[in-house]
Ligand binder design. Structure first.
Ligand code: HDD
Length: 711
């Protein structure tokens, strides 16, 4: 069934929502018998058919053979990059019509919701690697539009490592584990990576991002996403506009610290995956705003960088972001393999109104993604897999191949044909056909990078200049850690030489940490420009929604404090968990019972955003005797997290001698310093809980003297 829409295009009527399309394909086992794959019921799946009870297994045991054969073939190749990921379904809705710039159907009407599937990922690690490694994160979105699938296959960094796709295999070989021993897993801290990037100055900008906190997102729900390339919008009149895509999370952009990230990799390798899953299960649906930077075609050469160069941003202060819509992720997949593993993104999945530019990285990607799915998903019919299927109708003369699920009746599988009534028919642009944007291109065949791609350092300097003091500290520490793992002194020295083109202070501080002689003077003068939007210090810090708070408890805990903390933090949407030495309950000072959510030893302070200690004398004494409880507090302090203690709980903090912070004295109402909130007066509990919530919303407190804390 189809009708003509206002522009006369044939728009499918009653295009199913993605979930409605998937529903009949969900295979539930309720009220069913165990069968073979050909539907025969099975009476025993534990014992193979044999000659006598102790005799050999018979070849005729078709159930055994089928079961084991299927198992033998369960694995498919993992993605060559971005192997580790987590996905979710959701919806996208534009704020207003963007018809002025693009005819893309899903960007025309604020009343129209488009289903999406998003897969977040790390890049370098294998499928089973840890989530919190230092790495770029993938942020790939499949919009199931009425005009076909549109894939925005981006990252959480706005720039890339190389300018031309032909270098991609080299880059990936360099960052992946080294060939002789497949070490290290999911880490760029090794010789081949630094050898490559130090010989490849175009990577200097993105490597600065990689050494920054951006490479350690607190959550997939708290990181930005970027389309990276300059794409092109095309409107109904055929006018093109350059466009860069930005996703911004409603919860702000927040990161872990490196020590914490490394520990989480052991305590909970699924940290980011679990966080996404749990948030959706709780109904805390992650939200991202989509913004664009629009550049008229006549301004193509208006900047001191090339719009086609994927190692460059357009600073937000130069072209402001224009918010165009919101995405909400509201459904977890039912089956990881079927959906998250088999989802196939492709930069060339575009819809009318969205087109490419001549960015050589994008052009190469448009080849690679289809190619990789053919090997990964075993043939040309991967678009028929449920998660990949468009909601728009699919009709063409492509036939057969492994895993063909469609039954194509009729004689004619070619065009032109008369025997099939000329169908499927070709569409005109007015009927919704994709037409490539017309652009005049002249040139000689040549293997040469454009001179306009040659400046590899100015924007790296821009990024460095834009960082807050603590962000610079973290970057220097990142370089020192990574280069400190590099065995080749020559590679270390060469990298410092490159850094000296970005900023002399950066090069000097890194050199001092890795046994390299600091450069005597800057290679170039720092241009002094900055872009405040690049700093995470400027990310919103006004929400505690979905932040995880550990509330330490033991017998004798002040129930009134637990209630005050729960009330205030819960009101702000935080997730509060009571942790004790054991599961079950603890007795409160008031004589009641407080349920324990988690035993302390099964968790860790690195899995929470804040730690608090309620009052109760007996409770405080017990916690002070418990090394694990003490470690929860000191480690949270070291990682810059909000810490609070109420009533007798303050004595625990006193004993821990957290450096450089004042605590509330006897009867003191409230002291709130560097994110450490204490109040000994029971009447101040609610007020202290409020102050703790503010400290938590602030995310991290960097003015602390945490270097002296041994955790
Ligand atoms: Fe890529 C996967 C993002 C450059 C080749 N890439 C992949 C994924 C993301 C990106 C998010 C995972 C998709 C998923 O979740 O299934 N890639 C990027 C970005 C790039 C980029 C933002 C630069 C702007 N990629 C890039 C180049 C090439 C590839 C230059 C090849 C020439 N990428 C691939 C691939 C992958 C892939 C080999 C592996 C698995 C897949 O495609 O489906 O084709």
């Amino acid at each position: 069934m189809s009708t003509n829409d206002a522009r006369g295009r044939s728009a499918p009527e009653g295009v199913p929502g993605k979930q409605e399309q998937l529903d009949p394909l969900r295979d539930r086992a309720e009220d069913s018998y165990l069968t073979t794959n050909f539907g025969t019921r099975v009476d025993d799946t534990d014992n193979s058919l044999s000659v006598g009870e102790r005799g050999p297994t018979l070849l005729e045991d078709f159930h055994f053979r089928e079961k084991v054969t299927h198992f033998d073939h369960e694995r498919i190749p993992e993605r060559v990059v971005h192997a580790r990921g987590a996905g979710a379904y959701g919806t996208f809705r534009p704020y207003a019509s963007l018809a002025e710039y693009t005819k893309a159907d899903f960007l025309q009407d604020p009343g129209r919701e488009t289903p999406v599937f998003v897969r977040f990922s790390t890049v370098a690690g294998s499928r089973g690697s840890a989530d919190t490694v230092r790495d770029v994160r993938g942020f790939a979105t499949k919009f199931y539009t009425r005009e076909g699938n549109y894939d925005l296959v981006g990252n959480n960094f706005p720039v890339f490592f190389i300018q031309d796709a032909i270098k991609f295999p080299d880059f990936v070989h360099a960052v992946k584990p080294e060939p002789p021993n497949e070490i290290p897993q999911a880490a760029s801290a090794h010789d081949t990576f630094w050898d490559f990037v130090s010989l490849q100055p175009e990577s200097m900008h993105v490597v600065l991002w990689l050494m920054s906190d951006r490479a350690l997102p607190r959550s997939y729900r708290m990181m930005q996403g970027f389309g990276v390339h300059t794409f092109r919008f095309v409107n109904a009149e055929g006018r093109g506009t350059f466009v860069k895509f930005h996703w911004r999370p409603a919860l702000g952009t927040h990161s872990l610290v490196w020590d914490e990230a490394q520990k989480i990799a052991g305590k909970d390798p699924d940290f980011n995956r679990r966080d996404l899953w749990d948030a959706i299960e709780r109904g805390d649906f992650p939200e991202f705003e989509l913004s664009v930077q629009l550049v008229p075609e006549e301004d193509e050469f208006a900047y001191d960088f090339d719009l086609l160069d994927p190692t460059k941003i357009i600073p937000e202060e130069v072209v402001p972001l224009r918010p165009i819509g919101k995405m909400v992720l509201n459904k977890n997949p039912d089956n990881f393999f079927a959906e998250t593993e088999q989802v196939a993104f492709h930069t060339a999945h575009v819809v009318p109104g969205i087109d490419f530019t001549n960015d050589p990285l994008l052009q190469g990607r448009n080849f690679s993604y289809l190619d990789t799915q053919l090997i990964r998903l075993g043939g040309p019919n991967f678009e028929q897999l449920p998660v990949n299927r468009p909601v728009a109708p699919v009709r063409n003369n492509q036939r057969d191949g492994y895993g063909q699920h469609r039954i194509h009746p009729g004689q004619a599988a070619y065009a032109p044909n008369s025997l099939g009534g000329g169908c499927p028919a070709l569409a005109s642009p007015d009927a919704g056909a994709y037409t490539h944007h017309q652009e005049r291109v002249d040139g000689v065949k040549i293997r040469k990078r454009s001179e306009s791609f040659a400046d590899h350092y100015s924007q790296a300097t821009l990024f460095w200049n834009s960082m807050a003091g603590w962000e610079k500290e973290h970057i220097v520490a990142g370089y020192r850690f990574e280069l400190g793992k590099v065995l080749s002194m020559e590679v270390r020295e060469r990298t410092v030489g490159r850094l000296n083109h970005i900023d002399h202070e950066l090069a000097t501080r890194v050199a001092e940490g890795i046994g390299v002689t600091p450069p005597a003077e800057p290679a170039v003068a720092n241009h002094g420009r900055s872009s405040p939007a690049l700093s995470q210090a400027n990310s919103p810090t006004d929400s505690i929604a979905t932040r995880r708070v550990a509330l330490l408890a033991a017998d004798g805990v002040a129930e009134s404090d637990v209630a005050a903390l729960r009330e205030v933090l819960g009101r702000g949407g935080a997730v509060v968990e009571v942790l004790a030495a054991h599961d079950g309950t603890v007795r409160s000072a008031e004589g009641g019972e407080v349920p324990v959510d988690r035993a302390m030893q099964t968790m860790s302070s690195v899995l929470y955003d804040a730690v608090c200690v309620p009052g109760g004398e007996k409770c405080a004494r017990a916690l002070a005797e418990d090394g694990l409880a003490r470690f929860y507090v000191t480690e949270a302090f070291k990682h810059g997290k909000a810490v609070a203690a109420l009533g007798s709980g303050v004595s625990l903090l006193e004993e821990l001698r957290l450096p450089g912070v004042r605590l509330a004295g006897d009867g003191g109402r409230l002291v709130d310093e560097k994110g450490v909130v204490t109040a000994t007066d029971p009447a101040a509990a609610a007020e202290a809980a409020e102050a703790f919530a503010v400290a938590l919303a602030y995310h991290r407190h960097w003015t602390r003297d945490s270097d002296r804390v041994p955790a």
